[in-house]
Design a protein around this ligand. Sequence first.
Ligand SMILES: Nc1ncnc2c1ncn2[C@@H]1O[C@H](COP(=O)(O)OP(=O)(O)O)[C@@H](O)[C@H]1O
Ligand SMILES: [Mg+2]
Ligand SMILES: [Zn+2]
Length: 472
Amino acid sequence: MKTGKTVYTCRECDYQSAKWLGRCPGCGAWNTFEEETYAAPPKSAAARSAGRLTGARPGEKEHAVRFGDVDMPSYLRHSTGIGELDRVLGGGLVEGSVILLAGEPGIGKSTLLMQLCGQIGDSCKVLYVSGEESRGQLKMRAERLGVNAEYLYVLTETSIGDILSEYDKIKPDLMIVDSIQTMYAEDVSSASGSVTQVRECASLLIGRAKCNGASVVIVGHVNKEGGIAGPKVLEHMVDAVLTFEGERSMPHRIVRAVKNRFGSTNEIGVFEMGERGLEEVPNPSAMLLEGRPTGVSGSCAVCVMEGSRPLIAEVQALVTPTVFPSPRRTSNGVDYNRVCLLLAVLEKRLGLKFSACDVYLNVIGGLRLDEPAADAAVCLALISSLRDIPLPDDVIAFGELGLSGEFRSAASVEQRVNEAVRLGFKRIALPKRCASRAGELPADTALIPLSGIYDALRLFREQEGKNSGEKE
Ligand SMILES: Nc1ncnc2c1ncn2[C@@H]1O[C@H](COP(=O)(O)OP(=O)(O)O)[C@@H](O)[C@H]1O
Ligand SMILES: [Mg+2]
Ligand SMILES: [Zn+2]
């Protein structure tokens, strides 16, 4: 193709370059660049208006409008019938919104959407487009999940043109496209799953949906090895991005809103995968604490806010003398750089020799702690493992650590404390400056206000005393 301009785009992060590159400067991935040819803008007015958001008739021009004359749209939300999914979406599915559901293959995306089809009821006309499974397979899944979706329309097709013409015939309120990587648009020459195809197919779907006010759920695969375009390519085109996380070997799954134009982000929904599909977990803290060892060093409970909901998780650390010239650090569930920063603060302010140790950090349950309020628990787990002194089992900690070793204030203190109390923690370590916001406590529960990391050592001193008392 000589007509268009050629650019090279990273499949993973959408980084663009004029030349092909082996390693992406944006995300560091290797071999992810793909040639993309920008076609000239479409000549026909119909094609141009496909991408418009206002639904102007083909041939009409857009005009600037005084903001005061813009009508307030009334967004209609439909409950999905799945409480945890409603929570993530900000209260339900907004009419005319486009949602990307991203996750690794086999994590349960099709399962969740089939259950959604069963729950959303016959008040809503749903078209399920599958490019991966046959009608029979879809039926079998519905049967296994106990989903009664007699009113569901299914279409097994991968050509966007044909899908859109079926769409125009059926006029559904909700269309599910599973998955975007299997779809192709006829007038794009590259293979399905390439950046160009994924972007073109999505923009055609979104354009049509925005005109007709239908909701669209697009399924996108995330593939660690590369090879197919990642959801990053679509992130800015859709209204909401939900990611489906979890380890395949473990039953629980977390759906997280990483972008949401109609609700708050960081809200999570927790599910458990079973024989009958995904079940909602109403009490995720209890699930995450299940099987927590007692009296072992290197473990600390933390209360983090996931959106509007407090969640209790367990941080585990293993600190061992290193045999390598530069010590190893691995972190699962906490940002790697954050862990390095905390190790440096502990080394500098408390004189703890982490620089001679390998450090392995893990958050139980595949949870990711993005909040700095997890610092306190990470530090306690690290110190506990380094010194091999267990923390008392009824201790929970939260609070952000500053570079001088001071604990900063935290938000939503009362909610965190209440959740900790509900799950039976008796001693709650928190930044001193927000201790007054903890609300009322039961008589047997105490706050441990910490002004700096030095104060946290008190918790260990107490245990040391107890240990030596036992030995005598
Ligand atoms: N017959 C079955 N019994 C129980 N669980 C099943 C069965 N078939 C599939 N699953 C579960 O469903 C998952 C596949 O879910 P699916 O929704 O197809 O994933 P995705 O669409 O994200 O690729 C499997 O990983 C497995 O855990
Ligand atoms: Mg699937
Ligand atoms: Zn990249």
